[in-house]
Ligand binder design. Structure first.
Ligand code: MF3
Ligand code: CO
Length: 263
């Protein structure tokens, strides 16, 4: 995998700050009746306004800029004229290319009033990310992250999706290594400063089997149970892990993008 120098990490952070601003803007738009296509259009326009390009559009022929995955949809939901309904949960996954570097992050939001169990699912995905992040320290290996994510999710009675993984990121959207959200600890590369990767637990209320819809993109749970996603781009530094896709400074207003709400 690529080891990035400090200047490169700073550039990757700039891309991720754009991603974070867009996700924050999308969060503010969410209400019953909103069409997922409206979110996609807003995200793409805003991205271009900031001088960046949407990273997903055209990636392996993906037809939109944003992924909007509702309820039992896990990931890669394609924005459409479908409107949000009270009680839905929606996972938004967004990436940009800015000045040569990629940013990528995802989060699941409630629409109106959701059940306590759906809320717990969303929170568990976020907590699982932070459990993975805690493993980023000297001497640890990549699969320590995977194992910590899986252990937390399963301790809450939920399951980890097996068919999608986290990934290195920077000069490309997807770089080595793949980072599964499950597995035995102590395997894989030693974690070192200069590594940059996207950790992205995807979890389900029921079991982890996946089906792909006829659009060839949308992944859903086979048992149609609800699914949540939480992703940040993270850099390993000499001082530990830095989340590049959390908003810096003043804009840290959104409930979902505050530093470690879970702590
Ligand atoms: N965050 C997702 C990932 O890393 C987004 C890819 S969406 C795609 O796999 F449409 F570009 F494929
Ligand atoms: Co990703």
């Amino acid at each position: 995998m690529i080891i990035y120098c400090e200047e490169e990490v700073a550039a990757i952070k700039r891309s991720n700050q754009i991603v974070a601003q867009i996700l924050e803007g999308l969060e503010a738009m969410i209400r019953p009746g909103l069409r997922t296509k409206e979110m996609d259009e807003w995200a793409e326009a805003k991205t271009r306004e900031m001088g960046a390009l949407p990273a997903f559009k055209g990636y392996r022929d993906y037809p939109a800029s944003l992924c909007t995955s509702i309820n039992e949809e896990i990931v890669h939901g394609i924005p459409s004229s479908r409107s949000l309904r009270d009680g839905d949960i929606i996972s938004l996954d967004f990436g940009v290319l800015y000045e040569g570097y990629y940013g990528d992050a995802a989060v699941t939001f409630p629409v109106g009033k959701i059940t306590p169990k759906a809320k717990k699912l969303i929170q568990t995905a976020e907590e699982a990310f932070y459990k993975g992040l805690d493993q980023i320290k000297v001497g640890n290996r990549m699969s320590d992250i995977s194992h910590a994510i899986q252990s937390h999710v399963e301790s809450q009675g939920f399951s980890v999706i097996r068919s999608f993984v986290g990934h290195g990121i920077g000069l490309s959207l997807h770089e080595e290594p793949q980072i599964p959200n499950f597995g035995l600890p102590g395997r894989g590369l030693k974690i070192k400063p200069g590594m940059v990767f996207a950790l992205e637990p995807m979890i389900a209320m029921g079991d982890w089997n996946v089906e792909i819809l006829d659009d060839n993109w949308t992944a859903i749970t086979r048992d149609r149970s609800l699914s949540a996603h939480y992703e940040h781009t993270v850099a390993v530094t000499t001082k530990g892990a830095e989340i590049l896709s959390l908003l810096d400074g003043e804009k840290k207003s959104s409930s979902y993008f505050k530093e470690n709400r879970y702590a």
